[in-house]
Design a protein around this ligand. Structure first.
Ligand SMILES: [Zn+2]
Length: 263
């Protein structure tokens, strides 16, 4: 009877979703099938609402798009990058891509599900980002949306909490808390590193396709790690770096420049 519940939870999880490839494989060669249990629409609607709230709050604090030159730069880079997303996934050309600048000293940038981008003035000004470097950061963030990493994380969380619920229903309280720890330390972490690598690699190819210089890739993360010793870099806490990041980007930049841009 109790085991029936666990079997049901698993069957339900499998029936509701499946494994998908969100993007096509380019020169970077990123290919990983992703378990998606929650619907794309649901995630994108949540993101659109959250984005509207962030913008409203920033507007209220007189921190939204206050520097017209920077806003124009960010929005023009966003359009150039968005014009290339169809190479990785055709449906994303129909997304309502949107980019705004938040006036804040934070070294931060993000792109919510469905293509809702924010760049904080601090990251551009304090790192002195060129257009090519800004395209690296924005291409990286846009790739998290293209690969639907948030949806994947929410799906993983749904499986995790479903399993934990089933385990505690079975009376395995201790097992459940152990599973929770293992999951936090061992299961979610490699996925988020996988997400980072994908965002780095597809993001670099995206900016290259939009006509930017991919050598800016390793440079941006060198700049970030140089300042991270003396001040907080929020983008690094949500986007964990690793030692191989810079060398991977350097190698990919060379490979991209050696291969013709394909349509
Ligand atoms: Zn990232």
């Amino acid at each position: 009877m109790r085991h029936g519940k666990l079997a049901c939870a698993l069957a339900l999880a499998l029936a509701l979703g499946g494994c998908v490839q969100t993007t096509g494989t380019g020169v970077s060669g990123v290919s990983r099938s992703q378990l998606m249990l929650v619907s794309s629409n649901e995630v994108n609607q949540q993101a659109a609402q959250a984005y509207a709230q962030v913008l409203a709050q920033a507007r209220q604090q007189r921190a939204l798009d206050t520097n017209p030159t920077l806003t124009r730069r960010v929005q023009s880079i966003a359009s150039r990058l968005a014009a290339q997303v169809g190479y990785f996934r055709p449906d994303a050309t129909q997304w309502a891509w949107e980019a705004h600048v938040i006036n804040s000293s934070e070294l931060n940038a993000w792109c919510m599900a469905g293509g809702k981008i924010a760049v904080y003035s601090g990251i551009v000004e304090q790192l002195g980002l060129t257009d090519d470097e800004l395209a690296v950061v924005m291409g990286h963030e846009m790739t998290h949306a293209l690969r639907e990493h948030i949806r994947e994380q929410q799906s993983q969380e749904a499986v995790r909490s479903g399993l934990l619920g089933a385990l505690s229903a079975l009376g395995f309280g201790a097992a459940a808390s152990l599973a929770d720890t293992v999951s936090n330390l061992g299961i979610m972490l490699p996925f988020s590193r996988a997400h980072e690598n994908e965002a780095d690699e597809i993001g670099l190819e995206l900016m290259y396709r939009a006509g930017f210089d991919p050598d800016a890739g390793p440079r941006v993360w060198e700049k970030m790690s140089a300042v991270s010793g003396s001040q907080p870099v929020p983008i690094l806490s949500t986007h964990p770096s690793n030692e191989s990041r810079i060398s991977t980007l350097r190698e990919l930049a060379a490979r991209l420049k050696a291969s013709p841009r394909q349509d």
